[in-house]
Each structure stands twice: as structure tokens, then as C-alpha cells.
Design a protein around this ligand. Sequence first.
Ligand SMILES: Nc1ncnc2c1ncn2[C@@H]1O[C@H](COP(=O)(O)OP(=O)(O)O)[C@@H](O)[C@H]1O
Ligand SMILES: [Mg+2]
Length: 261
Amino acid sequence: MSRPILEVAHLNKSYRTKSNTDFAAVKDVSFSLMKGETLGIVGESGSGKTTVAKMIAGMIPVTSGDISLDGERLSGTRTRSKATKRNIQYIFQDPVSSLNPRLQIKDILAEPLKLYFSLTKQEINTRIDGLLNDVGLPNAYRERYPKELSGGQCQRVGIARALAAEPTIIVCDEPTSALDMTIQSQILELLKDLQQKWGISYLFIAHGLEVVYSISNRVMVMKQGEVVEFGATDEIFNRPEHAYTQSLINAIPQIQIPYFN
Ligand SMILES: Nc1ncnc2c1ncn2[C@@H]1O[C@H](COP(=O)(O)OP(=O)(O)O)[C@@H](O)[C@H]1O
Ligand SMILES: [Mg+2]
């Protein structure tokens, strides 16, 4: 975790509203993400988390500000190089709708493999098996369609699709929000294992602090498009400076201890 892989400086995003005024969804956001680090981004719905994430992934244009990958300043969305696109992958909040319902799992995974690498059919097949194995899905799932899988299994496919590109960064945009608690922790464990194995850096977005606690090295708290607090995870939890961070900590559901008599 020695050097920054991603640097974001003074990032802004405005949307033109119907009344023809500008609404600032993201205001002057700056941070860096280290190699192999997980940076948690937390904030209530509408605080600008996805907007930051999509600008970094090149899915929407920035209004102003700079994004650098491995020391190289990135250009706008349409002119990004293939290598840059490959290096910044995205895992979506809704695992089912993020997969093309008309494609079998093997074809969903073949897409990034064909796009980014020149492989033979045989190599693609072997790679698909390897990816399914990496995310804990049986090979037999190759032939299945997304609707035949559970939400958690679809998210595993979403993770495999991101891994297929062999990225240096994965933006995880509330990847467990649509899943129930048990599945949530399984997905978090999987993401941690994959990070250990491949040294990938994560930007991990959640609206609750409890989700980022176990996975993040540092946490950035956003409110109404701005960064209100930023620090090491244990500092944020033990010594929150901003009242909003405190309110997020207070909102963490208390674990119910079973009572036996
Ligand atoms: N395409 C858009 N046009 C107009 N406003 C948008 C658009 N996308 C997002 N917004 C607004 O920007 C703000 C931040 O949204 P978003 O980044 O999705 O928040 P979060 O991911 O933290 O819930 C919200 O007020 C949202 O309504
Ligand atoms: Mg969002």
C-alpha cells in the first residue's frame, strides 16, 4: 500500500435542472487510492457517491477536476484508452439487472475477455472456468441465464465479469445493498479474498458505515456532494469529528444478543 494508484483532485459534477439552474451533485472531491487499498465511501442516499464512482469509471463526464491513474491524467469519457477502461472495473448495486438477461453466464464472461485480450476459443473457455471457480460458482453455471440464479449468485457473476478484465481498481457501488445479511457477508469475504490474491484496489461504496467497517482501510464520508470526513477506519469509528459521521455510527443496528434462561 505504498503508492497511489488513483488520484482524484477537485472533482465537480453539476446537472442542469428543469428550471435551467445548475445542481451541484459533487463538490470539490479530492482523494487518492493506494495500491491494494480499500477506500470506503459512505453517505446517505443522494450524497453523490455513485456520481463520483461513475466519473472515475469514465461512465459519465466530469464537470471539472482531474482523475489520474498510475500517475497519468485521464482524458474524458469517450477518449479513454482501452487499457484505462480495462483497469477500472465496476460492480453494480443491483446484481440481477446489471447482467444481460439474454446471455448465458459464459457469454457474459466472454465479453470482457474478447474485448480486452486476444485469446483463442479454448483459452476463453478455460478462463471462464477459472473465473467461475474464483468466485465460488460451479462450472455447470456456464450454461445458465441470470434469471436462473439467486441475487447473491448474480453478484458473483458481476464480480467475475469485473475480474475478467484483470483490473487494478474495482469500483464496488453498494454491491451488497440488494442482498440479505448472510449473503452480504459472504460477498464481502469473497471480495476480501480476491483482493488478497490479486492486490486489487477497491473503492467500496455503501450508505451505512457498518458495511465498510470490516473491509476498508480508510473511509470517506460524503454529505450533499461534499466530503465531510476522511480518515483511517478505526479513527472514523472511534473519534468521529463531524456530527454527520456520529449520526451514521448511531444508525448502526445493534447486534441482538440472544437471551437464554
Ligand atoms: N442524471 C442525473 N440528472 C440529474 N440529477 C442527477 C443525475 N444523477 C444523479 N443526480 C442527482 O445527484 C445527486 C447525487 O446522486 P448519486 O450520486 O446517485 O447519489 P448516491 O449514489 O450517493 O445515492 C442526487 O441528488 C441525484 O438526484
Ligand atoms: Mg448510489
